[in-house]
Structure formats: C-alpha cells, structure tokens
Write a protein that binds this ligand. Structure first.
Ligand code: NAD
Length: 315
C-alpha cells in the first residue's frame, strides 16, 4: 500500500520536529520543510536516514513547490516565541500571511487537507476567562506583539476564505503554551528561562509581581490533539492546551523545587502588552475529538528538565 504523504512546514522547530516523529510513527511519508530561521536541524537529523523522510530547505514565503501527491499539509512555520517575533517582525508577518497563502494554494492544487497552527495569542489580553473559541479576542494591532497576533488572525481568516470560496479542506488549531524537549533554552519563554537560570546558577527572573497566569501543555498531549483534529471533519478553530492554570510566581517556585537550586526569585518590570491570564476552554476538543491532556505538569517538567540538563551538559 502506498503511504499517505504529509508536508510539515517548520519541521526543524520544536513542534514541527515532534510532528515529523509522530507522522513517521503513524506510517506516513513525511516531507519536512524549513528555512532554519528559528529552528535547529539537529531536531530532525535522526530522521535523515529514513526513506520515509525528505527534507526541503525552503522559505515558505516564497512560492512553494512539492513534487508528487500530497494528502496533508501541516503549516507550522513561524517564529513563535516573543523574543523571536520581536526581533523578526516582518518575517513573522510574512510567514503568517504570504506563507499561509502559498500553502493554501498548494493544498488547493494537490487537493490536500491543510491544518494551520494558530495560537492562543489571537485572544490577545483576554477579557473573557477561560477563552472559548467563540471569543473574538482583545489584540492591540499596533503593539509590539501585534505582528504575531495579527499574522495569526490573518492566517485564520485566509484559511476560512479558502475553505468557503475554494472548498479547500482546512483545519485551524489554536495552540496554548506548550513545553517539552527540543524547546530552545534561549527562546525567552518562562519555562526555559527558569530552567536555564536554575541550571546555570542564576536567580529566576519573574516579570511584574508574578500574579499573571499561564497554562502549560506537554508536547505529546498537543501532538495527539493535532493528530485527532487533522483526522476529524471539523473546520472551525479548536483550542488545544492544558487548562491547569498557575501563576508565574508559583511556577518559578515549582522549578526551584524540581531543580533543587539554591537561587532565589527576582522581579523585573512587566513587558508591554503581556497577557495577564491565559487558560484554554477545551470543551470543544473534549466533545469533538475526545481529547484532553494526559501528562500532568510534574511529569512533563521532569522529562523537560532532563532534556535541558543534557542540552547544557549538566546531566
Ligand atoms: P519554532 O521556532 O521552534 O519552530 C518554527 C519553525 O518554523 C522553525 O524551525 C523555523 O526555522 C521555521 N520557519 C520560520 N519561518 C519560516 C519560513 N518563512 N519558511 C520556512 N520555515 C520557517 O516554534 P514552535 O514553538 O515549534 O512553533 C511552531 C508553530 O506553532 C508556529 O507556527 C507557532 O506560531 C505555533 N504555536 C506554538 C506554540 C508553542 O507553545 N510552542 C503556541 C502557539 C502556537
């Protein structure tokens, strides 16, 4: 039997590389595409010897051509952490707009189903808590984070337009904070920052008073949610994330306990437009996909800590 063929953009990134692993495991032929803007080829090097895996070095904001048939496209290419998209605002806007346009065109040409990676950031600094998919969001288009939030909002919009006007088979996932092995230590997000500070003997930096909340989903849970959504027949946006909410101060304390560091917590001013609360309403994912997170934070953090220890040569 011929294998189903899937194109994964952002393949060398944190999430894209885990998706490549999962689709190989599921018996697919995987074509990974990346331009290594924020990714690391090491994340997928282990797949290079496999005949079921191909890698195309390509910038998806340029015309995308893939020889042969395609059954599925997963569009995950985009700078994703604030540190990256604040440094690369234009690339971020281009990959969400031109990149998504190119991939929707490819999906139309190949008659492939396409899933696009949107984000909880489309809710901005939400006035509704937790955030259901029906909430329209509270985004500052001209604030520093606007480049990412609006790129993703445009991505959702053009994806729906291709669905409605060209009949393209589309899926939209709104991903909430995800963590796990292959996150970059220097991506500026709280979890890698706290862990690298703990591992290198620096105090843990909490922004503001640390009362802002986040919820963290372990990467294997997210990948399961993506797989189920792709295989479903639902084309409206679906939240995937872990609703277990924690303040950043409590989170820093958890990391201190886990790592056994003697460092303390220090406070710094809150960055502009930093959301105060973030927690997914996953009613839809539960009902439509039978999905809910399985890995609790203690377990996920332990695995991630082992990964970071290795990455820093402290194992
Ligand atoms: P990442 O930075 O690790 O991976 C993104 C990948 O996309 C990188 O390998 C990068 O080189 C590649 N890329 C960027 N621009 C490109 C371009 N023009 N052409 C080809 N490749 C390009 O980020 P991630 O955390 O793996 O995020 C993956 C996707 O998931 C992103 O679209 C992001 O917006 C979305 N997302 C992630 C999270 C999260 O918690 N990690 C949350 C919400 C949404």
């Amino acid at each position: 039997m011929t294998k189903k063929r899937v194109l994964i953009t952002g393949a060398a990134g944190f999430l894209g590389s885990h998706l490549c692993d999962r689709f190989i495991k599921e018996g697919f032929h995987v074509i990974g595409m990346d331009n290594l803007l924020t990714g690391n080829i090491k994340n997928i090097e282990h797949l290079f010897p496999l005949k079921e895996f191909e890698y195309f070095h390509h910038d998806v904001t340029k015309f995308v051509h893939v020889p042969g048939e395609l059954d599925y496209i997963l569009h995950f290419a985009s700078p994703a952490s604030p540190i990256d998209y604040l440094k690369m605002p234009i690339q971020t806007l281009k990959v969400g707009s031109l990149g998504t346009h190119n991939l929707l065109g490819l999906a139309k040409e190949k008659n492939a189903r396409i899933l696009v990676a949107s984000t909880s950031e489309v809710y901005g600094d939400p006035n509704v808590h937790p955030q259901p998919e029906e909430y329209w969001g509270n985004v500052n288009p001209v604030g520093p984070r606007g480049v990412y939030d609006e790129a993703k909002r445009f991505m959702e919009s053009i994806t729906m337009a291709y669905h409605n006007f060209h009949g393209v088979d589309t899926r939209i996932i709104r991903i909430f904070n995800t963590y796990g092995p292959r996150m970059r230590l220097d991506d500026g997000r709280a979890l890698p920052a706290f862990m690298s500070q703990a591992l290198t003997g620096q105090d843990l930096t909490v922004f503001g008073d640390g009362s802002q909340t986040r919820s963290f989903c372990y990467v294997a849970d997210l990948v399961e949610g993506i797989f189920r959504l792709l295989m479903s027949d639902y084309h409206m946006p679906v939240n995937i994330g872990n609703p277990a909410e924690i303040t950043l101060l409590e989170f820093a304390e958890e990391i201190i306990k886990l790592t056994g560091t003697k460092q303390k917590i220090v406070f710094q001013p809150l960055p502009k437009d930093d959301p105060k609360q973030r927690k997914p309403d996953i009613t839809k994912a539960k009902a439509l996909l039978g999905w809910e997170p399985k890995v609790d934070r203690a377990e996920g953090l332990k695995i991630t800590y082992e990964y970071f220890k290795q990455a820093l040569g402290k194992a």
